[in-house]
Design a protein around this ligand. Structure first.
Ligand code: PLP
Length: 391
């Protein structure tokens, strides 16, 4: 049976691969500590669960009408974007999707013609290059020179060209665990000024920022000109501990959002109807849980970075956003007799029963990703094991 070229170029998600390998070892009775999770270890807030239950009880089980999102959900998205991001959108500029992932996929589908260039900062979230290639685009990775992994405006200016159709900006970053400051966002926007491109601003972790990086500037807020050229992506997944609900959204120029909605109407028919009142509650109801999670993540991030930096051959910048540490472990390759991040992670899983995600999946083969969306005991024990095998 013949598979399409498109299907053949798509590789399985490395993050999910690590999670299933660790789960398989656990099934066999091995005491594995996994730092692979890309989701909060908190339950969805009860008021959000109650909203979806009530929708089910009220019989909201038909197709969502319109498929691009219930009017109440779009209004909730507008309210959230105005409250947290100072961005004013009309519901006609909003689409509600099956997780942030669908929103991004629809936008690439709506904008890319074969060969169109997409500027992608490294390290990148695993699905970006896969989605771009799936929809026929050409990925142009941009590698930061600085060890803290944030791109400078100069690096962006040197990489952008008249062929660039899309610039992907993800702050706070998965896997980098860093957040750009408002000034850095402005400088990068300035470096792109005058270019005929659209910015995909992935702000999935906008509420999870730490230390002196608490202030978030949405790319679309930089200027009216950038508002007109930016799609802002977000989801309930990370901020509200709702990864399994599959609720995401995007807001941006109406013609693009409309094109995305047309594609969505013929592919998925949109987000689950009775889940959408959960999105309304998550975005506009009590927000206490967001700060509770943020404070706890910040504490764990500090602990994880300090434990990592105490290990020979490992260097890690303290996370300023999201819930990931992304240390450079290449100084420890020799110790384990390996030459790349995949072999490093395999050796660590084998010898220490600790699951990490290889940096190769994010375009950086000298690093590994550890999620700190897990309890403190697990961080202590996992990093003690890692320290032992690398000592
Ligand atoms: C940077 C980034 N963008 C998008 C997504 C997709 O989120 P969702 O689970 O809502 O599809 C993720 C999830 O891992 C992410 O980390």
């Amino acid at each position: 049976m013949k598979l399409s070229q498109r299907a053949k170029v798509m590789t399985p998600s490395a993050t999910l691969a690590v999670a299933s390998k660790a789960a398989e070892l656990k099934r066999r009775g091995v005491d594995v500590i996994s730092f692979g999770a890309g989701e909060p270890d908190f339950p969805t807030p009860p008021n959000v669960v109650a909203a979806a239950k009530a929708a089910l009880d009220a019989g909201q089980t038909g197709y969502a009408k319109p498929s691009s999102g219930l009017p109440s959900a779009k209004e909730a998205v507008c309210a959230k974007l105005e409250r947290d991001n100072a961005l004013v959108y009309d519901p006609s500029q909003v689409i509600v999707t099956l997780g942030g992932k669908e929103a991004l996929a629809l936008a690439f589908a709506a904008l890319l013609d074969p060969g169109d260039e997409v500027l992608l900062p490294v390290p990148y979230w695993v699905s970006f290059p896969e989605q771009v290639q799936f929809f026929g685009g050409a990925v142009k990775p941009v590698v930061p020179r600085s060890g803290d992994l944030r791109l400078t405006a100069g690096e962006v200016a040197a990489a952008v060209s008249e062929k660039t159709r899309v610039f992907v900006f993800n702050s706070p970053s998965n896997p980098g665990g860093f957040a750009y400051s408002p000034q850095e966002v402005r400088e990068i926007a300035h470096a792109l000024e005058g270019r005929d491109l659209v910015v995909f601003s992935d702000e999935m972790y906008d509420q999870l920022r730490y230390g002196d990086r608490r202030e978030h500037l949405s790319f679309a807020k930089v200027s009216d000109a950038w508002y007109a050229r930016t799609i802002t992506f977000n989801a309930a997944s990370k901020t509200h501990a709702m990864t399994g609900w599959r609720l995401g959204y995007a807001a941006g120029p109406e013609p693009i959002i409309k094109a995305m909605a047309r594609i969505q109407s013929h592919t998925t028919s949109g987000a689950v109807t009775f889940a959408q009142p959960g999105l309304v509650e998550a975005l506009t109801g009590d927000q206490t849980h967001v700060e509770t999670m943020r404070v706890e993540f910040e504490r764990r991030g500090v602990l994880m970075a300090s434990r990592l930096n105490a290990i020979a051959g490992v260097t890690c910048t303290e996370a300023s956003g999201a819930f990931y540490c992304f240390p450079d472990v290449s100084g420890a390759y020799e110790k384990l007799g390996v030459r790349d991040s995949v072999a490093f992670c395999e050796a660590v899983l084998e010898a220490a029963h600790v699951a990490l995600v290889p940096g190769a999946a994010f375009g950086m083969d000298t690093h590994v990703r550890l999620s700190f969306a897990c309890d403190t005991k697990q961080i202590e024990e996992g990093l003690s094991r890692l320290a032992r095998v690398l000592s």
